[in-house]
Design a protein around this ligand. Structure first.
Ligand code: HEC
Length: 105
């Protein structure tokens, strides 16, 4: 009887992990997570910019006027951006730009 309960418990945990793990993994298109990992250290977690890093605000009126294409271009082309930012895939940049738009609201 005890063994059966243990087996059921182990199976339940296995099934739970199977369901949860795909959701926990680093999804390539999670703009918020990418922004936190790749941009926040210079532009701030809320995108307001950091004078100490000479990183401009991404939520200023000027930044709001930039098109999605302008923002995406800046991400991969700014000379001040580290290699890890310039080498982001187009999909990742798109997700990050979408996240910047939510910060601008
Ligand atoms: C190492 C610090 C650093 C990191 C990391 C960084 N930036 Fe920047 N970013 C800068 C600096 C400095 C500038 C201003 C460079 C210039 O104007 O030549 C800039 C400029 C920009 C601009 C242009 C803003 C404008 O008004 O023209 C955008 C958009 C931008 N960054 C987005 C991002 C995004 C999105 C990320 C993350 C994927 C990122 N940056 C990561 C430092 C950084």
């Amino acid at each position: 009887m005890k063994t059966t309960k243990l087996v059921v418990l182990v199976m339940t945990i296995a099934v739970a992990l199977f369901v949860l793990i795909p959701n926990l993994s680093w999804a390539g298109e999670d703009g918020a997570a990418l922004f936190k990992a790749k941009c926040a250290m210079c532009h701030g977690p809320d995108g307001a910019g950091k004078p100490a890093m000479k990183a401009p605000s991404l939520i200023s009126d000027e930044a709001k006027k930039l098109s999605d294409a302008d923002l995406a271009k800046a991400v991969v082309e700014k000379a001040k951006h580290p290699a890890g930012v310039k080498s982001l895939s187009a999909d990742d940049v798109k997700a990050i730009v979408a996240h910047i738009r939510t910060l601008q609201k």
